[in-house]
Design a protein around this ligand. Structure first.
Ligand code: GAP
Length: 533
């Protein structure tokens, strides 16, 4: 699939526009147009319905984007949410050190590349070994020069420790050697100030993730609901990161939306819950249409894990620009609540009443305080009845999901010998669910079609169109990803039936006009349409 074609379709049909386009745009920011906003909203609604409303163990939150700055100290974002960056003094490019790959070729006889007479250095942006797509010709030339028997060593710039060789790295963009600066930390949080005076004391941050609002409200949710462990708190909302290299369309933006769950559970059960969410979240994308082999689950190696994390997996999708992360599922242990307990001084432990009631007779006790007394010398005397819960965090991006669904849906095929572009969205996320057309703009057909449209509009987002040839109207809806088109024609006038056309197969069949709401409802739910003739 050609990414440029998708980008152009998205612009042309009103899915996604560059933000502030009339002023030349602003890098890393995007606006969703009339079709895009419906698509993204449907994705967020599907996520909310499946993960929050459809479950008994989940509630939602909608927290402020600007929170107390201490939240970000506790979370580690003030101290650590930074990328090591390198600048090119020549072309002024700025790159994330972990995204620059360096290749060194030298003849196999040489033990150390630094001392080798014949050595060649290349660099590029991207994953190890992918970088060759940029440098393929030069790499091959160097391999031949080394008589086809070179040693090739591939490095990430961020892993580089051997300083003297730094000057040999070429810039990944302009390819000039020795122009890259040493990596320097760059915090990704956007800063602002509250109140009239902009000084250190009034500094605040635009949240870089929605997760911390959930942790900061953990006590509030426990105290105001009847939720018992295990339970989850979900939030969908904007996050902001001053990404150094916003790129790949909406994939890495500076303003984006996250859909995050913090699932709190007993420490003894957290591994099971991690396994559950790892599987459940993968299946969610499959159910909504990311069926192809382009979707995969990648477990992090031990070295990749944060020190507090017991396990993490990424759900990855093979975008046209490479395999990249859609969502992360992390077992974060009790790290976050512990941090907030430490920084806020508030008690964030949970008393597991059910567990205590179940066990107290067996322990020969009636009051929990006696249990605490018995174990007062223990480091964690309340355990396993009073504890800081462990958390499993499935953290998804609404914009990345939207982009993946767009990429997956984009199809070029032929209908009646004519090429067509169609977005084959799952009906649940399709921006427009059905379009209603009168075949011609006369003989009372528009009136009947409009009546059907008004009726359907009470139930779903539908579209009415009476302009242009019917074939062109179908094509426009194919490009918008509308799963069904309903046409009022001369047979409607004679026999009160209309046609339904299926977007993917282009098959058409008739249903009773009076049963169209039921028929479209069935089709959108994946059932055969009631009243098909
Ligand atoms: N609370 C954990 C967290 O925020 P993350 O891996 O940094 O983890 C989670 O982000 C998800 O948010 C990513 O998998 C991605 O879908 C989305 N995301 C992160 N940065 C993004 C960006 N710059 N642009 C678009 N989506 C982004």
């Amino acid at each position: 699939m050609d990414m440029d074609k998708l980008v152009s379709l998205c612009k042309r049909r009103g899915f996604i526009f560059p933000s502030s386009e009339i002023y030349g745009g602003i890098n890393g920011f995007w606006d969703y147009g009339p079709l895009g906003v419906e698509l993204k909203r449907n994705i967020k609604d599907a996520w909310w319905n499946d993960n929050v409303r459809g479950r008994d163990d989940m509630v939602g939150l909608d927290c402020a984007i600007i929170m107390h700055p201490k939240v970000w100290e506790a979370s580690g974002h003030v101290g650590g949410f930074s990328d090591p960056m390198v600048d090119c003094r020549e072309c002024k490019g700025r790159f994330r050190a972990d995204q620059v790959t360096v290749v060194c070729l030298h003849s196999t006889e040489d033990k150390l590349p630094i001392d080798s007479a014949e050595q060649f250095w290349f660099s590029g942006l991207g994953e190890i070994h992918d970088v060759q797509t940029d440098n393929a010709k030069e790499l091959d030339k160097a391999r031949r020069k080394l008589r086809g028997n070179p040693t090739e060593t591939w490095y990430k710039l961020s892993e580089w420790v051997n300083e003297p060789e730094y000057a040999r790295f070429p810039c990944p963009t302009c390819r000039k050697q020795g122009t890259l600066t040493e990596p320097r930390s760059f915090n990704l949080m956007f800063e602002s100030h509250t109140g009239a005076v902009a000084d250190e004391g009034s500094k605040v941050y635009l949240r870089p993730e929605t997760a911390q609002g959930i942790f900061a409200n953990f006590r509030n949710v426990v105290d105001t609901t009847r939720l018992k462990m295990p339970f989850g708190i979900a939030q969908v909302g904007k996050s902001f990161r001053n990404e150094i290299n916003p790129r790949n369309y909406t994939f890495r933006s500076r303003e984006f939306e996250q859909m995050e769950i913090e699932y709190f559970c007993h420490p003894d059960e957290s591994d099971e819950w991690y396994a559950y969410w790892r599987k459940a979240r993968f299946q969610w994308y499959v159910n909504l249409g990311l069926k192809s082999e382009k979707l995969r689950l990648r477990d992090h190696d031990k070295e990749e894990l944060a020190f507090y994390s017991r396990a993490t997996a990424d759900i990855e999708y093979e975008f046209p620009f490479g395999v990249s992360e859609l969502e992360g599922i992390a077992h974060r242990s009790d790290y976050d609540l512990n941090q907030h307990q430490k920084f806020s001084g508030k008690d964030l432990t949970y008393f597991d009443e059910d567990r205590w009631e179940r066990d107290k007779a067996r322990l020969g006790l009636t009051a929990f305080k006696d249990y605490l007394k018995q174990r007062s010398q223990e480091p964690n005397p309340g355990y396993p009845y009073q504890y800081i819960p462990h958390v499993v965090e499935p953290s998804a991006g609404a914009d990345r999901a939207t982009l993946a669904f767009l990429c997956e849906a984009y199809t070029e095929d032929e209908v009646g010998g004519e090429p067509r572009t169609v977005l084959k969205f799952h009906p649940r996320i399709a921006p427009i669910k059905a379009a209603v057309f009168p075949l011609v703009k006369k003989d009372g057909m528009p009136e009947i079609a409009e009546k059907i449209y008004r009726e359907l509009k009470k139930h779903a987002n539908v579209f009415y169109d009476e302009k242009g040839a019917i074939g062109r109207r179908y094509r426009r809806q194919d490009e918008a990803g509308t799963p069904f088109c309903i046409t009022v024609d001369s047979q409607t006038l004679a026999g009160d039936t209309v046609t339904i056309r299926d977007r993917d197969s282009c098959r058409q069949w008739r249903v009773a006009a009076s049963g169209i709401v039921q028929a479209i409802g069935d089709l959108l739910e994946g059932r055969p349409a009631a009243g098909s003739l």
